[in-house]
Design a protein around this ligand. Structure first.
Ligand code: ADP
Ligand code: MG
Length: 562
């Protein structure tokens, strides 16, 4: 797209302004983040970084790599009722963008020290405008910046003591922000989204190339994905898709119900009711199901312009939508009743070979360490003919027209590295407390390293307590590492903490111990699980140098036979 095709900003005329459901949208730091990230998504960004300081009260900064704003439009962007997303009244009848009222930036700028910097795609210069409460934006000045847009909001509500008073502790505001970012992350699987608080990475969702489950695992955890039932139904131009949490994911409150309409997160009582009704029999009374559902409809049949924060919507045929959702959820529940993944005794039930696995479902790595022992395996893939042959760390699996050669230890190491990196970047890993804590003699320097890195270790699932001037007590190991030897592992971890090499070295140590402790997959099912886990993590085994297909021609070449 040439830069002249990017939309320009214009003031809405008075009659259009009067048709827009107005309202205060900025209640707290989290609302600022919602508006700014939605703007980034509307601008087609594929990478968004949200930085906050002190729960967003001191700083909120959102950076994106979207299409940017024309320098002549920068001041206009901060004006009320100026937007590039709405032109004529009839545009209101079919809104495709997340924003359309042209109010957010002006509302935010009126209660903060505000800075908007943007460089249009294809231009070589960024421009920036600043605004203080009570003043409009000043003239744009040349600035440094990559293509895309950065909005910085300093000292939110500082100038409005009455509003500032209503802010809660920084921690609480932070938790609201975290939840807002999680909600946003579940509507844009193809966007790399990061959140940093006080310069520490809190959440990093990579582009979910391996499909929706990758993002769901980042946000809702492996257990959700493992138990989830897939929904995907269409009818009359509507589509409902997503995942329903299993009974084990039911909650005491409705805090894990993520519903999106055309990519916009909404909370609509009637739609929620349709889902609840359909799940009535599978969730105990008084508990709330968890789910992530996307409803896609023709924008012309829904009015999103009815509520100030656009959380409620109005459908032209509300009853039909309700019934469709009810039926779609019902259907998913019925389908999953015969799903082989939940029939856990291989060889006992015929269901496991009959049931096709949902396209995007797979086995999270946490399962990798155990599945061949406790027997809940996936259906073997049809092409896996017979048991694999294991030689040291290598596995050779005959297939219909080739042999698959896999370096199982390297594959596991790769997957473990990913999981540990994710843990350092955001979510913490589950720990496995040791029945009997192990005592570890160590140097004073090692002791200090453990002390200074306590939080980092905890994220990785490691708990090391001081037990004396030169000893540590190992209380828990990462649940992912089910067969490691605690002492050698922890010694190497302490060495890694004291040496240069940072996170990478630490992650390498953990992944190596974890992978080396496991036997290679001995059955077709186990091999399949490993391959699925790689696919789910977006790793192409051959491209990553972990596997090779050997055809007859390859074998002939190896023997130098024509
Ligand atoms: P709205 O999103 O309702 O149009 P806003 O006040 O949020 O109103 O933004 C005003 C205008 O500024 C938008 O219409 C858009 O043209 C431009 N804009 C805001 N943020 C961005 C961004 N991150 N990237 C590109 N353009 C943006
Ligand atoms: Mg907006």
């Amino acid at each position: 797209m040439s830069s002249s095709e990017f939309p320009r900003i214009a003031r809405l005329d008075a009659s259009l302004v009067s048709q827009i459901a107005a309202g205060e949208v900025i209640e707290r730091p989290a609302s600022v983040i919602k508006e700014l990230v939605e703007n980034s998504l509307d601008a087609g960004a594929t990478r968004i970084v949200v930085d906050i300081e002190r729960g967003g009260t001191r700083l909120i900064r959102v950076r994106d790599n979207g299409h940017g704003i024309h320098p002549d439009d920068l001041r206009l962007a901060v004006e009320s009722h100026a937007t590039s997303k709405l032109r004529a009244p009839r545009d209101l009848e079919a809104i495709r963008s997340l924003g359309f009222r042209g109010e957010a930036l002006s509302s935010i700028a009126s209660v903060s020290r505000f800075e908007l910097t943007s460089r249009r795609r294809g231009q070589d210069q960024a421009w920036s405008v600043t605004a203080e409460p009570g003043t409009g934006a000043a003239d744009p000045l040349p600035a440094a910046g990559e293509p895309g847009t950065t909005v910085a909001v300093h000292d939110l509500f500082q100038s409005v003591p009455a509003r500032r008073k209503f802010l809660r502790t920084e921690r609480t505001e932070f938790l609201h922000i975290l939840e807002t970012v999680r909600r946003l992350a579940l509507c844009c699987f193809d966007v790399d989204l990061r959140l940093e608080h006080n310069r520490r990475r809190v959440l990093h969702c990579r582009q979910a190339e391996a499909g929706i489950d990758q993002r769901l695992r980042d946000i809702l955890g492996a257990a959700f994905v493992r138990e989830a039932r897939a929904v995907d139904s269409r009818s009359d131009g509507m589509r409902l898709w997503g995942r329903l949490g299993g009974p084990g994911q039911a909650r005491n409150q409705s805090d894990r119900q993520y519903f999106y309409l055309n990519g916009r997160m909404i909370r609509d009582k009637r739609l929620g009711h349709a889902v609840r009704k359909a799940l009535e029999d599978s969730i105990p009374p008084g508990r709330y199901p968890s789910y992530v559902l996307h409803l896609d409809v023709d924008p012309a049949v829904v009015d999103v312009n009815v509520h100030p924060t656009k959380q409620e919507v109005r459908f032209r045929h509300a009853r039909d939508v309700h019934d469709f959702i009810h039926a779609a959820v019902n259907e998913a529940m019925r389908a999953s009743a015969g799903d082989g993944r939940r029939v856990s005794l291989p060889g006992v039930s015929g269901a496991e070979t009959a049931a096709p696995r949902p396209a995007e479902a797979g086995w999270p790595l946490r399962e990798l360490s155990a599945p061949y022992r406790d027997g809940h395996g996936a259906a073997p893939a049809p092409e896996a003919a017979g048991a694999p042959v294991v030689l040291g760390r290598f596995v050779l699996q005959p297939r219909a027209d080739h042999l698959l050669l896999l370096d199982a230890a390297a594959a596991r190491r790769y997957l473990l590295q990913l999981r540990f990196k994710e843990a350092l970047a955001g979510g913490a890993l589950t720990t496995r407390p040791l029945l009997v804590p192990v005592l570890l003699e160590c140097s004073g320097a090692a002791l200090q390293a453990a002390r200074e890195n306590r939080e980092r270790l905890a994220r990785l699932g490691l708990e090391l307590d001081e037990a004396g001037p030169a000893s540590l007590r190992v209380r828990a190991l990462p649940a992912l590492l089910s067969r490691v030897d605690a002492l050698p592992l922890c010694r190497e971890v302490l060495e890694a903490l004291q040496a240069a090499g940072g996170d990478q070295r630490l992650v390498d140590v953990l992944a190596r111990h974890g992978a080396d402790g496991e036997p290679p997959p001995q059955s077709g099912t186990a091999l399949r699980q490993l391959l699925d886990a790689l696919a789910e993590a977006g790793i192409e085994p051959e491209a990553a140098g972990l596997a090779r297909r050997l055809t007859e021609a390859d074998l002939a070449r190896m023997l130098k036979r024509p």
